[in-house]
Design a binder for this molecule. Sequence first.
Ligand code: NAD
Length: 240
Amino acid sequence: MMGRVAIVTGGTRGIGEAISLALRDRGCTVVANYGGNDEKARIFTEATGIAAIKWDVGDHQACLDGCAAVADQFGPVDIVINNAGITRDGVLAKMSFDDWNEVMRINLGGCFNMAKATFGGMRNRGWGRIVNIGSVNGQAGQYGQVNYAAAKSGIHGFTKALAQEGAKFGVTVNAIAPGYVDTDMVAAVPAPVLEKIVAKIPVGRLGHAYEIARAVAFLCSENASFMTGSTLSVNGGQHM
Ligand code: NAD
């Protein structure tokens, strides 16, 4: 991984931040994409030395432009971690079309947009790694998350299909399906609901972001050279 250029979407906080650090620590030149708070991104860059660039992964043209800017500044993109994601939870009766569309646009559309911007170059150069962050809730479903579960399940399918296009060209495409991890996203879950969720996790606790990041780093390494189209469950034993 030494010297590889990596983009981590949503890479300035939570699981994405841990992935950015893990890849940097293994010798990659990392660019953390982000979609929100400029001040937080500035603090992240100051603390880590990792460049942070803002664009909306749900916007096709913004991904093309963002990835081109990264390539201009840092060199061809070798590794893409599609980590950016949002939740807009609600039971079907209360879920708006906008809640559905926005989660599909960012969580699943973001993977497509980022692959469109980088996969061809990886294939031409004969080496690449794409790791998509799915979810246990894309494998098992979750009450109040038809949008999120559909998008994450879609990510697992997208991974399997794109892997077949990269396999003969040195480009692997894998996914991670994290269980519940202690980040801002999970902090938004009401405490009584979270207690019930944690009670069902065999190891008896939430995951740490770095535990997901280590699995991502493995998938980007030569140790995973014969793995493609896989979804690796990293979930404290919460298999469905
Ligand atoms: P988080 O909310 O802390 O971070 C999400 C990141 O995505 C943020 O940096 C945000 O800026 C970025 N983002 C959101 N919309 C964006 C957009 N349009 N363009 C660019 N960036 C955008 O969440 P997290 O818990 O760190 O989750 C990271 C990923 O892991 C997500 O895909 C999430 O669905 C997945 N995941 C999380 C858990 C968990 O328990 N935390 C479990 C399974 C899967």
